[in-house]
Design a protein around this ligand. Structure first.
Ligand code: DX5
Ligand code: ZN
Length: 220
């Protein structure tokens, strides 16, 4: 069952020189979750930040930290991100052979567990994971950078994942990440998404614009 839409601004697009202030600003502007895009320069061709930076802004908001690990190997870092204050940790199915075990470990830490699909990975890859996952993240760009164009073909995958989630009978969030703006947000929601990651579309125009930018993603 599709849930009310949650907006998760990605701090990858924030001003890193004022990261704490930026987290407070998107919290005040109506963000539901804080999306933390972690990149290692190996799984994706970019490096962002690690658990220490995330921990340094944990106290700036009570909103959930929705952590997206674009790293491989990933299992060695799950405990560090849990300790740094993650509420949900999402792992790429493509990051290694043991996604099921990674999800089990995240749950054993008392956190929500998410599974991420790159644009080239079919929804079918979720077949044996929906009894475990709390969230499915469909990438609508190839991971590594903010500000990329939305990949239209992923709308079909979002609809397919929506069907699989509804058939599972579990309340699993369906999140979309990459190139989400007011126009593509509406199409993602129509296809069955109920959580939207946005970096560029939220942080454009500076803090005075954040509330209106987030509202626009909700279609308000
Ligand atoms: C992976 C990152 C980006 C980011 C969103 O590359 O996960 O998708 O969160 O960036 P925008 O909203 O600027 O496309
Ligand atoms: Zn992300």
């Amino acid at each position: 069952m599709q849930q009310p839409v949650r907006i998760a601004p990605s701090i990858l697009s924030a001003d890193f020189a004022r990261l704490g202030e930026e987290v407070r600003a998107i919290d005040a502007a109506g963000a539901d979750w804080i999306h933390v895009d972690v990149m290692d320069g190996h799984f994706v061709p970019n490096i962002s930040f690690g658990p220490a930076v995330m921990k340094s802004v944990r106290g700036c908001t009570a909103k959930p930290f929705d952590v997206h690990l674009m790293i491989a190997p990933v299992d060695a870092y799950l405990d560090a991100f849990a300790e740094a204050g993650a509420d949900c940790i999402s792992v790429h199915i493509e990051a290694g052979p043991h996604i099921h075990r990674s999800l089990q470990h995240i749950k054993s830490l008392g956190l929500r567990a998410g599974v991420v699909l790159c644009p080239g990975t079919p929804a079918k890859a979720l077949d044996y994971l929906l009894d475990l996952a709390d969230l499915v993240l469909v990438m609508s760009v190839n991971p590594g950078f903010g500000g990329q164009g939305f990949i239209e073909g992923q709308l079909k995958k979002i609809a397919a994942v929506r069907k699989m989630i509804d058939a599972s009978g579990r309340a699993i969030d369906l999140e979309v990440d990459g190139g989400v703006d007011a126009a593509t947000a509406a199409r993602c929601i129509a296809a069955g998404a109920d959580a939207l990651v946005a970096g560029t579309a939220v942080f454009r125009g500076g803090a005075p614009a954040y509330a209106a930018n987030i509202a626009a993603l909700r279609g308000e």
